[in-house]
Design a protein around this ligand. Structure first.
Ligand SMILES: Cc1cc2nc3c(=O)[nH]c(=O)nc-3n(C[C@H](O)[C@H](O)[C@H](O)COP(=O)(O)OP(=O)(O)OC[C@H]3O[C@@H](n4cnc5c(N)ncnc54)[C@H](O)[C@@H]3O)c2cc1C
Length: 445
């Protein structure tokens, strides 16, 4: 068994919530059962965590026990002929990429950072720039191991324990501890991407570009200037790409060049600096738009080039806000949200807009549904920021949309339950020995 030790300042990526947790850091898979049972005997509820890249409170369990899985990170089996990899749940995408890219394989789905674990990616059923082609990562999971709080070890797949499998994909760690994952990979011919960047003037131009690009490109995403006003609302830079057919297959080493050594003073993030950044980024991007063959990491993981970039937001941290709204209202609802943000003056450096495809997500609580997703980082200015997000909630709810729990640290139970009508079905599969701050908040009736 691995002991649980108190850690006072246990946080998630947004840095807004800080609380004491009892944390166990096992290294071997055969320690997991005794660790979970030991934690339960001490009266702790449990929660598995990975690299804690979730922004809010889905990976926090104040007063409870955390099983940090990052030490349980071995590759167990790799079958190039079947394009299958089986690995312990704490393995990071970063390490996995260093192994598979040089052998001509890539992740079927990747989020915008390589510093996530397999278990964490499954726990949130993550999506990437190729959602319109490949859906979420859960579609590529063939089997996984799940440890329940009573010590029972189960193997789940779409055909074995299918209901618990569907609850565990995107299940926010609440159905038990994922111990290993077997996942299908995709074949690539080089470690390069043929990328293209195009500037667009407004929201209508974004939707036109998305439609035409999704037919020809595996990957699409846009950065938008969320403080633009009037006819320029929704202007931004559209990025699209395909795996290059030629180029080096050398291992992909990641791209962290610089790590933020400390938190910036909160004053650095004000409406003037954010507004100036957005305008400058747009005009610079417009000037440099065009085609280029670029390495995988610079296309998929530009933010990873600054380690601990969350410290840019200072001690008060930041909130992420990611919504999806259905196709029938996506233009009007997105415009309304951008107008509310622009009017509030509380901008975001990182405003990302993407259309999700029709591919159904396999998890009961998976976030992606067909429509348009908008993701923003808001520096935490207290009640002013909470008021803006409440206004956005009203627009998303009216549109029949939902928020991404991986990014959330404050949505109400009503907002969650309206967005995830399957939540009560999901609740039947929650392991009563597991919990999280998010779940305690959003499952209240
Ligand atoms: C820069 C950046 C870009 C991002 N881009 C995207 C994106 O494009 N698409 C997207 O979908 N997400 C994105 N995210 C969010 C991130 O991909 C997810 O939050 C991801 O799940 C984090 O993985 P993790 O290993 O850090 O997991 P954690 O944050 O530690 O945990 C995630 C969830 O999984 C559970 N969990 C973790 N490990 C286990 C386990 N072994 N067993 C059971 N449950 C477990 C946790 O309890 C928690 O509920 C981004 C985050 C950042 C910081």
């Amino acid at each position: 068994m691995t002991a649980f030790n108190p850690q006072d300042d246990f946080r998630s990526w947004g840095n807004v919530l800080k609380a004491q947790h009892q944390v166990a850091r096992p290294v071997w898979r055969d320690q997991l059962r005794a660790t979970a049972l030991g934690g339960r005997q001490q009266g702790l509820t449990l929660l598995g965590t990975g690299l804690r890249r979730s922004y809010g409170d889905s990976g926090l369990n104040p007063g409870g026990g955390i099983i940090d899985m990052t030490g349980v990170d071995r590759i167990l089996h790799f079958d190039p002929a079947q394009r299958l990899v089986r690995a312990e749940a704490g393995l990071s995408f970063d390490t996995l990429l260093q192994v598979i890219v040089r052998q001509g394989f890539f992740l079927p789905v990747t989020p915008g950072t390589r510093y996530v674990t397999l278990g964490g990616a499954v726990g949130n059923d993550v999506h990437g720039k190729n959602h319109h082609r490949n859906g979420t990562i859960g579609r590529w999971v063939r089997r996984l191991g799940l440890l329940r709080s009573n010590g029972e070890e189960l193997e789940l797949s779409p055909s074995e324990n299918p209901e618990l499998f569907a609850a565990t994909i995107g299940g926010l760690g609440l159905t038990g501890l994922i111990t290993w994952v077997e996942m299908e990979l995709i074949a690539i011919e080089s470690a390069m991407i043929d990328a293209e960047s195009i500037s667009f003037e407004n929201l209508d131009a974004f939707f036109t570009l998305s439609k035409e690009s999704e037919e020809q490109f595996d990957y699409t995403v846009s950065w938008i200037d969320c403080l633009a006003k009037g006819a320029s609302i929704g202007r931004g830079l559209f990025s699209r790409g395909n795996h290059a057919k030629v180029g080096s297959r050398l291992s992909d080493q990641g791209n962290t060049r610089f790590t933020m050594p400390l938190n910036l003073p909160s004053l650095a993030m004000n409406r003037y600096s954010i507004s100036a950044f957005n305008a400058l980024y747009y005009w610079n991007g417009k000037r440099k738009a065009g085609e280029a063959r670029v390495p995988l990491h610079s296309f998929f993981y530009p933010l990873d080039s600054i380690g601990r970039w969350n410290r840019l937001y200072g001690r008060k941290g930041m909130f992420q806000y990611q919504s999806v709204v259905p196709p029938s209202v996506q233009r009007d609802a997105t415009k309304e949200m951008l107008e509310a943000i622009s009017a509030s003056g509380q901008g975001s450096f990182l405003a990302v807009l993407k259309t999700f495809g029709a591919e159904k997500s396999p998890g009961l609580l998976s976030f992606p549904t067909e429509g348009t997703t908008l993701a923003l980082d808001f520096p935490n200015h207290g009640s002013e920021t909470l008021r803006l997000m409440a206004r956005l909630d009203a627009i998303v709810r009216e549109a029949g949309g939902r928020l991404y729990p991986a990014k959330d640290g404050r949505m109400s139970a009503q907002m969650f339950q309206a967005g995830y009508p399957a939540w009560q079905e999901f609740a039947k599969y929650v392991d009563s020995g597991f919990s999280s701050h998010l779940w305690q908040r959003v499952s209240q009736i």
